[in-house]
Design a protein around this ligand. Structure first.
Ligand SMILES: Nc1ncnc2c1ncn2[C@@H]1O[C@H](COP(=O)(O)OP(=O)(O)OP(=O)(O)O)[C@@H](O)[C@H]1O
Length: 218
């Protein structure tokens, strides 16, 4: 199993004490699977994604990525798991403005020591970015910037791709195109995809769905 989440609890400090957000989440994901994470605003979807990605720590419960209990690791250990196994795409593109599109795409792959120029060229071509590689992010449209952000994540060939509303800033047609590409590329690399979305349309295109309600899997 690529991802195993067991009995995960997370609360945040509120004015009147701890505010429970996740209350005993269990989930699992194998390579090649795609899972939509849905639930109303504030139900804890982003919180769960952050815990799975090792960006935050749970109150209790276990997150295992590729057999490694990431809660048992120190900060450096968690950073290494993120670098080696996990790719994250957010709604905000978070591109580096001073780097060209080509360098942005190669950035994480280089950090992970997996800078495969043939794969990066292929990704850029599939994303329709081959002629944009020398440009800077500010010279691209929103849809193009989102494709750069997705290409950057997939360039390192992560086993687990975590995406938080990755097409939330795009119009419907562009969102569909970007989603098609992302699903194709995730399938090609036999990665697993866990995607937060508010869109029924996008959720329906994923292999499975996990719906959060009041901190639990509904
Ligand atoms: N760092 C934090 N400190 C305190 N409360 C937080 C923090 N992060 C999130 N919360 C609260 O936890 C709850 C769940 O937030 P989360 O972002 O996980 O929800 P979500 O399901 O992703 O929502 P949305 O669909 O609106 O993005 C919300 O009520 C939010 O206000």
């Amino acid at each position: 199993m690529l991802l195993n989440v067991t009995n995960l609890y997370k609360s945040y400090a509120g004015p009147d004490g701890a505010l429970p957000i996740l209350q005993g989440i269990d989930m699992a994901l194998e390579r090649g699977e795609t899972l939509a994470l849905t639930g109303e605003s504030g139900s804890g979807k982003s919180t769960l994604l952050h815990l799975v990605g090792g960006l935050d720590q749970p109150d209790s419960g276990v997150v295992e990525v590729d057999g490694v209990d990431i809660g048992a690791l120190d900060d450096a250990g968690r950073a290494a798991v993120r670098r080696d196994k996990v790719g994250v795409v957010f709604q905000q593109f978070n591109l580096i403005p001073s780097l060209t599109v080509g360098s942005n795409i190669a950035f994480q792959a280089r950090l992970a020591g997996r800078d495969d120029t043939v794969w990066i060229k292929k990704l850029a071509a599939r994303m329709g970015l081959s002629n944009q590689m020398e440009k800077y992010p500010e010279q691209l449209s929103g849809g193009q910037q989102q494709r750069v952000a997705i290409a950057r994540t997939l360039a390192a060939k992560p086993a687990l791709v975590l995406a938080d509303e990755p097409t939330g800033n795009l119009d419907e047609a562009t969102a569909d195109t970007v989603m098609d590409l992302m699903l194709d590329l995730v399938a090609e690399t036999e990665a697993a995809l866990l995607m937060v979305t508010h869109s029924e349309r996008l959720a329906a295109r994923m292999g499975r769905r996990l719906h959060l309600r009041a901190g639990r899997v509904a």
